[in-house]
Design a protein around this ligand. Structure first.
Ligand SMILES: [Ca+2]
Ligand SMILES: [Ca+2]
Length: 187
């Protein structure tokens, strides 16, 4: 009898203990739920701000750069409409703390093509094979990874085509570095 009584007491204590634990858990849960709701509100506020910033950035881009430039990702392509051979173009870009335009992917190439189209001119790229014939490199000496050659280009016709121009369709052609092209810089 005593044993049963003691066991019953023990069970009661266990139940009380568990009930307390459950209440504590409920309190924590409701605290976390409140914090979670607050976080959700913060996130949607941030999303709204980001959307507004993007809209402003698009507008700024149009005001500042149309028709002479474009922002693509973290890069800006820009031309003042003037022309020059490769050396002149390269010097002009570095005077304005930029580099000759070197598209690294199709999005950049397409942006560059659109700007050139507005000028109705073909730009030089910051790419050439002057060091090793047939191996086109960026001005930094780094091997190019993205290319957009036109059919049967580069052909090095006449053995003197070491610079690269962009046709109006965005395709590339190797061309004499002495010829004049649109000066297009990137920043
Ligand atoms: Ca060549
Ligand atoms: Ca060619």
């Amino acid at each position: 009898m005593i044993i049963i009584h003691l066991f019953h007491k023990h069970l009661e204590r266990q139940v009380l203990y568990l009930e307390r634990q459950l209440r504590a858990l409920e309190r924590s849960f409701s605290k976390y739920k409140k914090e979670m709701d607050l976080l959700k509100t913060h996130i949607s506020d941030l999303q709204a701000q980001l959307k507004a910033l993007k809209a402003l950035s698009n507008k700024t881009q149009k005001v500042l750069f149309y028709p002479s430039g474009m922002i693509i990702g973290e890069k800006i392509f820009r031309t003042d409409g003037s022309e020059g051979n490769f050396e002149v173009s390269q010097a002009a870009c570095s005077r304005s703390a930029g580099l000759l335009a070197s598209p690294r992917n199709s999005e950049e190439n397409s942006a560059l093509q659109q700007i050139a189209e507005r000028q109705n001119k073909r730009p030089f790229l910051g790419i050439n094979d002057r060091l090793t014939e047939g191996t086109f490199m960026y001005l930094s000496g780094e091997a190019i990874r993205y290319t957009n050659w036109s059919t049967r280009e580069p052909n090095d016709s006449g053995g003197e085509k070491d610079c690269v121009e962009v046709y109006s369709d965005g395709k590339w052609n190797d061309k004499s570095c002495e010829k004049n092209c649109l000066i297009m810089c990137e920043y």
